[in-house]
Design a protein around this ligand. Sequence first.
Ligand SMILES: *[C@@H]1O[C@H](CO)[C@@H](O)[C@H](O)[C@H]1NC(C)=O
Ligand SMILES: *[C@@H]1O[C@H](CO)[C@@H](O)[C@H](O)[C@H]1NC(C)=O
Ligand SMILES: *[C@@H]1O[C@H](CO)[C@@H](O)[C@H](O)[C@H]1NC(C)=O
Length: 344
Amino acid sequence: MKESWNTHSCNSFTSLVDLSRNPMKWLFPVILYSLILYQLRIISKLHHLIIPFSVTSQVYYDNSTSICKNFMTPSSSQVVPNIVHFVYGLEKDPPFGIVEHLIVLATIRRIRPEKIYFHYQYLPKGTWWERTKSYLTLNQVSSPLHIFGKPLNHVAHKADVVRLEILLKYGGIYLDMDVFPLKGFDELRRFPMVLGQEGVDGSIGLANAVIVAHSSSSFLQQWFLEYRHFNDLLWNWFSVRLPKIMSFEMSDSICVLNHTAFFDPLWTEEGIEELYYRDRGRDFDNGHYAIHFWGAEFKHGWENFTVQDIISGHGVFHRLLTDFIYEFDQKQYLELFEYSNKVQ
Ligand SMILES: *[C@@H]1O[C@H](CO)[C@@H](O)[C@H](O)[C@H]1NC(C)=O
Ligand SMILES: *[C@@H]1O[C@H](CO)[C@@H](O)[C@H](O)[C@H]1NC(C)=O
Ligand SMILES: *[C@@H]1O[C@H](CO)[C@@H](O)[C@H](O)[C@H]1NC(C)=O
């Protein structure tokens, strides 16, 4: 036993001496090591999976003082232009009903933007669209097939890319077409990049349904560049999970808002129930700026809704839209009913 150990030790010693005498013999291990490092470069993305669990609290925005932990002196002049962007109709015959109409009106009334861009590939049709389009600045885009040579197969991922490209070009406030604003965004426009947590403490990530960004935001630029590695194996990796990881790495370039800012209720079974079927009468003034209606999760669809459908429903969705309709003056109110009947 002892003997064999000695032999072994002696052998490895000899081979080491051999190697140092003959440098060519280093070549193979060096190449192998490089290959391993190259593979690790890919695997290193796994650290992304670890960070979110090790850091629990991520709220940077202090609602009471309207400042972000990382921007102790936010720019006094608003850096982000007061322009709202919608990206819609990347597929043929996009639906556009009373809900979209009301969302545009609420955007005008509550955010008071200088301009609302409607970036589309295919224009919607119908009465509600005709009633709405005069408020919008139309800009046709073509939906991308690739990003950095990687194919974009799903329309949702195309829309993810288009919104970043548009913000890189113009800056402003990007809103999904199913986001209902509750109040102004002025205090948020002082930060070069603002995202809201999806899930309590950002347990899911930072979602891209609402983005406030300056066109030269370093976070925005880096986020776009990360699409060099795009793949759709994990559905929401690039749109929701990655920005959260980046927010730890680039914490001085982004203001992160509480999950109550944009994504409460959430898309969970419980959240959809509260939104569409059982309003629990909660107040939405606990740092809430907007409510994402998660339209894709509402399986019944609202494209043919009438005013009656909205007023008689039992969810938070119905309550918020009804309250908004009640803010109308009488003329607007009567018009809404009149058009609603026409559509029927
Ligand atoms: C957040 O600010 C709003 C006013 O902008 C206020 O109504 C609300 O109570 C605040 N929430 C918290 C938790 O401080
Ligand atoms: C953030 O969310 C928590 C949990 O819902 C809530 O209690 C708190 O008031 C929120 N904070 C702000 C600043 O809005
Ligand atoms: C809305 O109406 C159109 C035309 O009648 C119909 O094809 C469509 O399925 C309806 N959508 C929903 C969500 O009920």
